[in-house]
Design a protein around this ligand. Structure first.
Ligand code: MG
Length: 157
């Protein structure tokens, strides 16, 4: 297959006092995201999108939350493993598109920093990294945040 598309989704509850990481960026916030690792929902969704495009096992299978070694781990480790598998299979990343569903903190305040960091982590130009913020407009209580990502991979060999 010349092209492969992938979809990833993740959601985490807020946890008071924990540092907040999104897209590998530390963001000023009174609460972070609950989880075994650093709770970076955006990197988890992105990792799953890459793995899904390849038809590989998902993030929960590869990095079980029952394993002590992933406690408070940087989620960049998970993304790097997905990218390693992608390259081994002869694919490269074309572009990524992410939707962060968060009532707080306001996505517009850190969107560009996330795009820049993802561009660096993924090794693709910032123009090929889209990050959009959406609010729930009062539909839910907003006790956490959700992230949805799509990726496009292209065969390179
Ligand atoms: Mg997660």
């Amino acid at each position: 297959m010349k092209l492969r598309i992938g979809l990833g989704f993740d959601s985490h509850q807020f946890e008071e006092g924990k540092p907040l990481f999104l897209g590998g960026v530390r963001i000023e916030s009174p609460c972070g995201l609950k989880g075994h690792s650093d709770g970076d929902a955006l990197l988890h969704a992105l990792t799953d999108a890459v793995l899904g495009a390849l038809g590989e096992p998902d993030i929960g299978f590869l990095f079980s939350d029952t394993e002590e070694r992933w406690r408070n781990a940087s989620s960049e480790i998970f993304l790097r493993e997905a990218l390693r598998r992608m390259r081994n299979r002869g694919y490269s990343l074309v572009n990524v598109d992410c939707v962060l569903v968060a009532d707080r903190p306001r996505v517009a305040d850190y969107r560009e920093r996330i795009r820049e960091n993802l561009s660096r982590l993924l090794g693709i130009p910032k123009e090929n990294v889209s990050v959009k913020g959406k609010r729930r407009e009062g539909l839910e209580a907003g006790e956490g945040l959700l992230c949805i990502c799509t990726v496009l991979l292209e065969r390179t060999d």
